[in-house]
Design a protein around this ligand. Structure first.
Ligand code: SF4
Length: 334
């Protein structure tokens, strides 16, 4: 489990020459550091950099400071988050900014356990923030970082005790005393060079210290198990004259809990439903889940209880992208 003495030096040297310019990478002394890092870390959970950048910029236009975000309504934050998915992150971000501003004097604790008590902050994000904000010698273990270590050791990730690995190699890993940069460099290196598929081994700056590159017997990565597809029927009550659809927050699609959807029912297979018109079938992947949807509709002037009418065209209210997809399909009915 010993890493090469010069691993961190070489990865940092690579980073100094190859890092991307990203809007949340501000100077270490910047007063914006905490806000920018917090916002970007929440947005980057399960989401790619290129998707996050326009949302990050839009948030800064609307909320230039941590304090201004903390004073916002949930409705406004969700509306701006619309399309980025995993909406629980938006709610947790808002709660975290409120706690930091109102209880912590807009400062982040230097204690890992305290940081992990903030809403929506797990082990990875807490360690990333400790490094970015306080330059502490810690490593944020995301998928990119685990892959780099796993390849350098030529060992399956499942067989590595990463915490132990960091402890054993602590002295070498943090020898340069640029802890914040090193966390960033490792993630960047995993994203751009030691990529999940087709790593750039021939031109890699650490290939001489990489057992995966040098070995004739390369380890096999465990295949991720396939996500089970679930079947759902979705029922749309439509007021055709006014181009409206009935939505409810009382549905059983847990991961879109508290958001407006048409009524949804999980089913075993596809059977004809009495008194409903069948519209179409579509498949969608959302929040790590795979859904097989059968869409039904009926025209109705009466609204069921616990439902509200929404326009199929423009709404000021936050509507999840999933619901908007249904709007698009239903709007085409003649
Ligand atoms: S040589 Fe290849 S596998 Fe090894 S660290 Fe570099 S890119 Fe990754």
């Amino acid at each position: 489990m010993h890493l090469h003495n010069n691993l961190s030096k070489n990865i940092l040297a690579w980073y100094d020459n190859n890092q991307r310019t990203l809007p949340w990478r501000v100077s270490k002394k910047s007063t914006k550091k905490l806000y920018y890092r917090l916002l970007s870390e929440f947005m980057l959970q399960q989401t790619q950099v290129k998707t996050v950048i326009p949302y990050f910029k839009a948030f800064l236009l609307n909320f230039p400071t941590l304090k201004s975000l903390s004073l916002s309504s949930e409705k406004k934050v969700l509306k701006l988050w619309e399309g980025l998915g995993y909406y629980r992150r938006a709610r947790n971000l808002l709660s975290t900014t409120k706690i930091l501003v109102n209880k912590n004097n807009s400062k982040l604790s230097k204690n890992l356990i305290d940081i992990k008590k903030l809403p929506g902050i797990g082990d990875y994000t807490a360690n990333a923030l400790l490094a970015f904000i306080h330059d502490q010698p810690t490593i944020a273990l995301d998928g990119n970082v685990k892959r780099v270590f796993s390849r350098v050791l030529n060992k399956n990730e499942k067989k590595i005790d990463f915490k132990k690995l960091i402890e054993i190699n602590r002295k070498n890993l943090f020898q340069i005393k640029r802890n914040s940069d090193f966390v960033e460099a490792l993630m960047e290196f995993g994203a751009l060079v030691c990529k999940p598929k087709e790593p750039e081994c021939p031109s890699c700056d650490i290939k001489n210290m990489c057992k995966y590159f040098k070995s004739d017997k390369k380890f096999k990565q465990t295949k991720t198990s396939k996500t089970k597809v679930k079947n759902y029927n979705i029922f749309c009550y439509i007021d055709k004259m006014r181009s409206k659809i009935a939505l409810t927050k009382k549905h059983n699609l847990g991961f879109l809990n508290k958001f407006y959807l048409p009524p949804v029912k999980e089913v075993n297979g596809h059977n004809k439903i009495k008194n409903w018109n069948y519209h179409s079938n579509f498949k969608i992947s959302i929040s790590n889940k795979k859904l097989n949807i059968n869409l039904y509709y009926k025209f109705s002037l009466k609204i069921p209880s616990n439902h509200q009418w929404f326009s199929l065209k423009i709404n000021n209210e936050f509507i999840p992208s999933f619901t908007k997809k249904i709007f698009k399909k239903i709007s085409k009915i003649n």
